[in-house]
Ligand binder design. Structure first.
Ligand SMILES: Nc1ncnc2c1ncn2[C@@H]1O[C@H](COP(=O)(O)OP(=O)(O)O)[C@@H](O)[C@H]1O
Ligand SMILES: [Mg+2]
Length: 330
């Protein structure tokens, strides 16, 4: 593995695009990252993965990369697959490893782990491939309406809010189009709060921000199409004690879910003060309006500095992993 020589620029491979419904968002995030990277320190090597899964990369260049920054959201990027390839190739990379990425992507597994750690989450039912359940049974346990989601998804794709048997059936079959496991959640009435986490062994949390979706559901349209689909409030208008609780819970969730480097923890804050973790994003958006970088900027870390830190954390984790024992006789 090539490492940085004194005075030489570190070569950063930015992997983006990918075989995912979030392909376009990834392209915008990558462009924003490339623009902000300090060109005095880094040589940027863009690696575009087409929708078909084909890579635009010369193999010789691949061997010269010092650190990889995967900027692929959703499947084949955020789910541990590319992290496995990079680990196998002996390349340091930004963000969570194989396990943390896979856990963070799976709304069913991550909710079970959070619950086990005593971190409140919405009540949910998991539907495995081939299983069926009536809306009556669902609503007896979770009330109505409910959210139906593919277990592994992002950008609200395949997610529906439903309130009767007919809508429910349709939503379940739509969710099964995207994944072989579906999760049904109680609908939470609360504010949507997001908090950015940064670090490896001693992660820190940003000031929290709030998202106010126009029609009460932060849908794909509200995220990327309708510019007025949601309002952002940074910092979120909450008390000092609540900020502390959000930050502490974000860090605990980050650790519980085996994350590293970066992660955006999303919450529901109920009127009575109850705080529930909604989900974690291990490769959050990095567009100019994305919450992860915006929250750090508001916390005193502008994007180019944030990228320096993320690259430093990737190298730190790689070095630590290399020191682990791989031979019982050592
Ligand atoms: N259980 C729930 N109660 C209330 N709103 C929800 C619930 N689950 C999802 N939502 C709404 O749907 C949006 C997308 O759901 P989320 O689980 O965050 O999926 P994604 O991973 O696609 O972002 C949330 O931001 C929120 O507006
Ligand atoms: Mg979300």
């Amino acid at each position: 593995m090539a490492t940085k020589k004194l005075g030489k620029k570190l070569r950063i491979g930015i992997v983006f695009g990918g075989k995912s419904v979030e392909h376009e968002v990834s392209v915008v995030s990558a462009r924003n990252i490339i623009k902000a990277l300090d060109k005095g320190k880094y040589k940027v090597i863009p690696i575009h993965i087409k929708r078909t899964g084909n890579w635009f990369l010369d193999r010789k260049i691949f061997n010269k990369i010092d650190v990889v920054f995967p900027v692929i959201h959703g499947m084949y990027g955020e789910d541990g697959t590319i992290q496995g390839l990079l680990k196998f190739s002996g390349l340091p990379f930004v963000g969570a490893g194989v396990l943390g990425s896979a856990i963070g992507m799976d709304k069913d597994i991550s909710k079970h782990l959070l619950k086990e750690a005593g971190i409140p989450v919405a009540k949910f039912i998991t539907l495995y491939s081939g299983e069926k359940i009536s809306f009556k049974k669902v609503s007896e346990k979770l009330g109505s309406p409910v959210f139906v989601k593919p277990a592994n998804t992002g950008s609200s794709v395949g997610i529906n809010k439903v309130k009767d048997e007919k809508e429910f059936k349709k939503a379940v079959s739509e969710a099964f189009k995207y994944d072989s496991k579906v999760i049904i959640e109680e609908a939470i009435k609360g504010r949507e709060i997001e908090c950015s986490v940064l670090g490896n062994d001693a992660p820190i949390a940003s000031i929290p921000g709030e998202i106010i979706p126009k029609n009460g559901f932060y849908s794909y349209e509200a995220k990327y199409i309708d510019k007025k689909g949601a309002e952002f409030k940074i910092p979120a208008g909450v008390s000092k004690e609540t900020i502390k609780k959000i930050q502490q819970t974000a860090i605990r969730a980050f650790k519980t879910l085996n994350c590293a480097g970066m992660g955006r923890v999303d919450f529901f804050l109920k009127k009575n003060g109850d705080l529930l973790v909604s989900e974690i994003n291990t490769i959050p958006g990095f567009t100019s309006i994305s919450m992860y970088p915006k929250l750090w900027e508001a916390s005193g870390i502008p994007l180019s500095k944030l990228l320096d830190k993320l690259i430093g954390l990737a190298l730190e984790r790689f070095k630590k992993e290399q020191k682990l024992c791989y031979n019982h006789k050592q």
